[in-house]
Write a protein that binds this ligand. Sequence first.
Ligand SMILES: CC(C)(COP(=O)(O)OP(=O)(O)OC[C@H]1O[C@@H](n2cnc3c(N)ncnc32)[C@H](O)[C@@H]1OP(=O)(O)O)[C@@H](O)C(=O)NCCC(=O)NCCS
Length: 162
Amino acid sequence: MIRPYTSTDLGRLKEITRICFDGASIDRNIETLVGSIGGRDWVWRKLRHIDEDVRGSRAEGVFVWEENKNVEGYVTTRGDNQSKIGAIPNIAVDPKNQGCGIGRALLNHALEYLTQIGMQYAKIETLAQNEVGKYLYPDSGFIEVAQQIHYIKRLEPRDYER
Ligand SMILES: CC(C)(COP(=O)(O)OP(=O)(O)OC[C@H]1O[C@@H](n2cnc3c(N)ncnc32)[C@H](O)[C@@H]1OP(=O)(O)O)[C@@H](O)C(=O)NCCC(=O)NCCS
């Protein structure tokens, strides 16, 4: 069953995020390549995005999948009344319950919500390494608009002394 997010769900959302984005996030890729930065790991960085997703009135656009009183998945959305393009920043389902249609149901719910609040388009991003995203989003009617490459470089003082 899909229901609106409440603040008591935040801990569970973060737990699902930590489990789910281990193989599916830019923050994780960075840590794999260069190690932790500034004493912070990828989980800390990724969870900041979830805090942003539920901040203030944004929480109204967050929905969870509840089963037997447990939250097993979530989707976050963000409306933009000026551009009329809504966004779906994060979606995740606990691996124990993946493959049962929950992700697709959450995605559809997010699309319905964004339509209801007056958005004319919805945006979503996925990494090239994310096989589910690359299948599910086009299958749900999304069309590819761009591919982007993310780079990272260690900053050394000598780079600026030349
Ligand atoms: C993406 C995610 C939310 C999907 O949740 P889910 O509950 O497993 O999704 P569903 O069961 O609704 O499956 C959606 C479709 O993806 C398909 N799918 C599942 N695994 C797949 C894979 N490895 N490659 C391609 N398609 C796959 C399913 O067969 C299903 O298609 P169908 O309805 O035509 O049969 C979940 O996999 C997840 O949390 N992943 C980690 C976090 C993540 O990547 N989030 C998205 C970031 S862009």
